[in-house]
Design a protein around this ligand. Sequence first.
Ligand code: ATP
Ligand code: MG
Ligand code: FE
Length: 340
Amino acid sequence: MKVLGIETSCDETGVAVYDTDTGLRAHGLYSQIALHAEYGGVVPELASRDHVRKLLPLIRQTLVDAGMTIDELDGVAYTAGPGLVGALLVGAGVARAVAWALDLPAVAVHHMEGHLLAPLMEDDPLGRPEPPFVALLVSGGHTQLIHVEAIGRYKLLGETLDDAAGEAFDKTAKLMGLPYPGGPQLAALAEQGRPGAFRFARPMTDRPGLDFSFSGLKTQVLLAWQGSDQSEATRADIARGFEDAVVDTLAIKCQRALDEAGCDTLVVAGGVGANKRLRAKLQEMAARRGGRVSFPRPAFCTDNGAMIAYAGALRLQAGQHVDESVRVTPRWDMATLEAV
Ligand code: ATP
Ligand code: MG
Ligand code: FE
């Protein structure tokens, strides 16, 4: 089954074709970062308009890259939420129109399920991770630990009470004067910083539970930065101190979640999953426990069409699809999803 995947939940237009027999055939991404940079954040109306401009050419190009014509498709998958309503409607409208024109089934994909399943698309010497496992979702809008009992059966174990991990990276970068979007740049800067030169708290690790809080960390960084000489070297040292605090905190909670769920498999997804130090730390933790950890390739940690095509293909294969209306769900709880 060859499935076209369409992602337009925020500021990335993503398209892919996933073939359930042969794997990922092609994927394309158009990032709107430059468009939103001068505003220091995503402007929803500009995001929607740009998806309108970019989506059809990207579908055409992705089909060329896959060596396919559009009539070879067997289904269409699109992100229906969570995300920006106008941006979601562009992807949903186009997906429904393509499906209607070709008389194909279409399926609405939960963006965070897309992220969560992305690691399962990768070739892994240990084979594809099989549920039950624990998933750490660390993106720009979410920080969640989820017990994956089966594909589609998700039990929330813990989540952030304030900022998401990616949001904390972006806001911390901004307050030290790094350009938007700062998360990846802060991580790059941290590579030049000295470990231990600045030490910040590991929030909420001194008490039981699996929730997170990252907004206080940002304030600690602000105070350290304001009280410093604000040199390049100091900025790198603070970046390193911040990154180590976030990475340690996530690793401590992952270990706790695995213990509580009685699992030895961890799956990590979302933009912060691209962070090198987080990947190394979780590998180390998994090895120590005699378990395993799976990540998507860094390019599939952040938003992309491939994860939507893949998640949609699993649901379409199970016979799930939506009716002919164009509907999106800007706020959508993953626990309400149907099992596959
Ligand atoms: P959501 O999926 O929750 O709706 P989103 O789609 O905006 O949010 P993603 O695209 O998954 O989020 O990830 C983007 C986030 O990942 C940004 O906050 C960015 O700063 C962060 N990020 C990307 N690369 C890195 C990195 N190497 N280190 C730390 N953070 C990173
Ligand atoms: Mg983005
Ligand atoms: Fe995302």
